[in-house]
Design a binder for this molecule. Structure first.
Ligand code: NAD
Length: 480
């Protein structure tokens, strides 16, 4: 039975019957067939969400009941954690250790964290300087929100958007990436089981055209998009034209700054994790490693050694440390960047090829480390979204902030130093939404997440996501 999508509480095929296939990236085998939504399906989903938004059982749901509903969704995800983690690994490729220890628990935590906000969404009374009036404000939901997600962490990123959208009383149409639709469909099914009213959560499956139809739809009040900067710009233009609300979580090119005083052996694991988690298919992946020129060769050799010994394999095989890339297209993209790196004069320390042998049928790429990279090289400037690390030597530590900031992106950065003053001075000088000090890339539902510059607009997580899914309404009352 092909998978179906969810419109108005009903599981449905696409109008016209179109479908597309989704693959296990570790083997290239088809694992499911999914409806290819038409613009008419998007219209139907938006219409259902619009009706549901103002239906009494959703619009007038009491805060305590809304809190219980989100908590129930979290409980159901937890009950089905093993199944969801397997599904994520099969559809996306990420090792089971990642899907079961990061993706699923993080999704659960988002629903629990936002469940807590349901009863705390208060406004303000403000002492205005006008006699005889009372002023108060409160936050109102926006309406129908289009949630468009990428393929690298499908379940987790869907939860980042869905939980705050629901707790604030919006209705949603979700559009998962065409490479990885399955965990979002299952999440929507669990929302139905938890008791989310029909039409509040809809999922339409398909490619960019489905996303575009959602972005252009006049009844969609807000688009929350995570994906490439290129598509983000198009969405910003379209939502700008029709003055819809928009949040954009886009690409990154995070610098990892190894201060002259850092202990290279002690920071190696954190850097490997930051660079190669989910095969480098992480928007905050550490990709530009700035290392003191006296120790750059040592760092490159050591990180290359760890990378070259990582076990590649199917994400469901015990012992797998690195899974495949998500698609053949992504393998070609990564390989193209590696060729460019070599052609532009970077020194290949390890990797540099598609993985062969038993892995040849899947979309595997060897973890790759380049040394002697300079800031102007393509591999140091463009987002690769694969297991490719560039070690960039520096001579003058005073130039580090400027060099780290010499990029269009501003999503994240990491600083490794034993000197708390050095680390914090750099953290203050770096233009990025998040700076970690002596840490791998941690996230938490309570900590706002998002990018500066070409890495996006707005923040997810924490209180900031509540703001992103609501607007302030002022109410003035005459006391006469
Ligand atoms: P993508 O931009 O190609 O696609 C993302 C989603 O948008 C998919 O669902 C796709 O079908 C849809 N889409 C494509 N074109 C569209 C259009 N014109 N209008 C509306 N929807 C459209 O990105 P991707 O390749 O799936 O994901 C990788 C990118 O996502 C990377 O650049 C990565 O950095 C970024 N990302 C950012 C974050 C973050 O939090 N900042 C997190 C994860 C991924």
């Amino acid at each position: 039975m092909p998978a179906k999508m969810l419109i108005d509480g009903k599981w449905t095929t696409a109008r016209g019957g179109g479908t597309f296939e989704t693959f296990d990236p570790a083997t290239g085998a088809v694992i499911d067939t999914v409806p290819d939504a038409t613009p008419a399906d998007v219209d139907a989903a938006v219409a259902a969400a619009k009706r549901a938004f103002s239906s009494p059982d959703w619009a007038q749901m009491l805060p305590a009941a809304r809190a219980r509903l989100l908590w129930k969704i979290a409980d159901l995800i937890e009950e089905h954690a093993e199944e969801l983690a397997q599904l994520e690994t099969r559809d996306q490729g990420q090792p089971f250790g990642i899907s079961s220890q990061i993706s699923v628990p993080n999704a659960i935590e988002h629903f629990r964290y936002y469940a807590g906000w349901a009863t705390k969404l208060h406004g303000l009374t403000v002492p205005v300087s006008i006699p005889g009036v009372d002023y108060r404000n409160h936050r109102e939901p926006l309406g129908v929100c289009g949630l468009i997600t990428p393929w690298n962490f499908p379940l987790m990123i869907a939860a980042w958007k869905l939980a705050p959208a629901l707790v604030t009383g919006n209705s949603v149409v979700m559009k998962p990436a065409e490479q990885t639709p399955l965990s979002t469909l299952r999440l929507a099914e669990l929302c139905c089981e938890a008791g989310v009213p029909d039409g509040v959560v809809n999922v339409v499956t398909g490619g960019p055209a489905v996303g575009e139809a959602l972005v252009r739809h006049p009844d969609v009040a807000k688009i929350s998009f995570t994906g490439s900067t290129e598509v983000g710009r198009e969405i910003a233009a379209e939502t700008g034209r029709r003055l819809a609300r928009v949040s954009l979580e886009l690409g990154g090119k995070a610098p990892s700054i190894v201060a002259p005083d850092a202990d290279i052996d002690a920071i190696l694991q954190g850097n490997v994790m930051g660079g190669l988690l989910n095969c480098g298919q992480v928007c905050a992946a550490y990709t530009r490693f700035y290392v003191d020129h006296k120790r750059a060769a040592e760092f490159a050799e050591k990180i290359g050694d760890v990378a070259s010994h990582m076990q590649l394999g199917h994400g469901l095989e015990p012992g797998t440390q690195l899974g495949p890339l998500v698609s053949e297209e992504q393998v070609e993209r990564v390989d193209r960047y590696v060729r460019i790196g070599t052609a532009e004069g970077a020194h290949l320390v390890t990797g540099g090829e598609r993985a062969g042998g038993e892995l040849a049928g899947g979309y595997f790429y060897q973890p790759t480390v380049f040394a002697d990279v300079d800031d102007s090289m393509t591999i140091a400037r463009e987002e690769i979204f694969g297991p490719v690390l560039s070690v960039i030597p520096y001579e003058d530590a005073d130039e580090l902030a400027e060099r780290a900031n010499d990029t269009d992106y501003g999503l994240a950065a990491v600083i490794w130093s034993r000197d708390i003053g050095t680390a914090n001075r750099l953290a203050n000088a770096i233009k990025a939404g998040t700076v970690w000090i002596n840490l791998p890339p941690f996230l938490d539902a309570a900590a706002p997440w998002g990018g500066m510059k070409a890495s996006g607009v707005g923040r997810e997580m924490g209180w900031e996501a509540i703001l992103a899914y609501t607007e302030t309404k002022s109410v003035w009352t005459s006391l006469a």
